[in-house]
Design a protein. Structure first.
Length: 331
């Protein structure tokens, strides 16, 4: 089993950018290191942007970071972060996976930003580890890699694996690394430069939009829906979880979502099904079952009613990036 990672000993960082990676996630991580150098008045950290061929890789916003170094030419890193974003499956190939496995064999600590966790999972480098990934990809990676302990946390540092959800959270993870080496005062000095009122700990659960502004009773109901979406759920069970009567639950959902609890549940199942169809290669029938539909015909009819196409047609559209990702999200 891998030994705990000496965070204080990390000095040289690599950022392997995959096609469509999240620019904000990578920038936050690098900026934390840059600011640590500035407040320390010394080059205490160094970093490089890595691509497999050395050419700049376009992010989801179509910009590319420079300069870059080819994977084959990169000097050894203390930790290498795989930086993912939209359509990470397409961006992950055999050559890349083989190179990641070689880095692991050579003792390099491996990390991931945003959806980069998928690449580590696909390479078989997360078995026995706890890890994090952006909330939009939680359901798909849990279905595809049931043997991996995938957390709802903002970021997870488990021995020599450092995985992070994305967005602004890499800044919080880097502050944890800076604090391990220089203490809380230096980490606070970095935070002050970015006008942060506080740094978030890794074990904070990443906020899911549906829960962001929900009152406590509704949040309890939504958590049950999220947790047991693949199982038959009665509205009475949801009401009990919310500690409300069915009538009170219905009034609450109509006020905050404009839909009944039953309609919201079906919509939540279909939204998850759409993510699984787009982000995994699970058979369509298995996707329906994983989202709580006991009948393939019911799944297909409900899906077409909501999205205007059948699940199998949605799967065929995976090949078109314009249809898959009309907006550069996540990240």
């Amino acid at each position: 089993m891998s030994r705990p990672l000496d965070l204080a000993g990390l000095r040289r960082f690599g950022f392997l950018t995959l096609a469509g990676y999240s620019m904000i996630a990578v920038s936050n991580a690098i900026e934390a290191l840059r600011m640590a150098n500035r407040v320390s008045d010394a080059p205490v950290y160094e970093w490089e942007i890595v691509t497999m061929d050395g050419a700049g890789m376009p992010a989801s916003n179509r910009l590319a970071l420079h300069p870059t170094v080819a994977a084959a030419d990169a000097r050894p890193f203390d930790v290498l972060f795989v930086c993912g974003g939209v359509d990470v499956r397409t961006a992950t190939g055999r050559t890349l996976l083989a190179w990641l496995r070689r880095q692991a064999r050579e003792g390099v600590a491996l990390g991931a930003l945003c959806t980069g966790t998928f690449a580590l999972a696909e390479a078989g480098l997360l078995r026995g580890y706890r890890c994090a990934i952006h909330w939009e990809n939680l359901s798909s990676i849990r279905e595809e890699f049931p043997e991996i302990d995938i957390s709802d946390d903002l970021f997870v540092i488990d021995r020599d694996r450092l995985t992070c959800t994305g967005g602004s959270v890499p800044l919080d993870m880097m502050l944890r690394i800076i604090e391990a080496r220089f203490g809380p005062a230096r980490a606070r000095a970095v935070s002050a430069q970015f006008i942060l009122d506080r740094s978030r700990t890794g074990d904070e659960v990443q906020p899911v939009p549906a829960l962001a502004d929900a009152p406590p009773a509704m949040a309890r109901a939504l958590r049950l829906i999220e947790k047991d979406i693949d199982r038959p759920l009665r509205i009475a069970d949801i009401a009990a979880a919310a500690r409300l009567s069915v009538r009170q639950l219905e009034r609450l959902f109509r006020r905050h979502t404009g839909a009944t609890p039953a309609a919201y549940l079906v919509a939540a199942r279909l939204d998850r099904a759409r993510r699984l169809l787009r982000q995994t290669v699970m058979p369509v029938t298995d996707v329906g079952i994983a989202c709580g539909f006991v009948s393939a015909a019911h799944f297909s009819t409900a899906y077409r009613s909501r999205f205007g196409c059948a699940p199998r047609e949605e799967r065929k559209m995976r090949a078109s990036p314009a249809l898959l990702h009309p907006h550069p999200s996540p990240g």
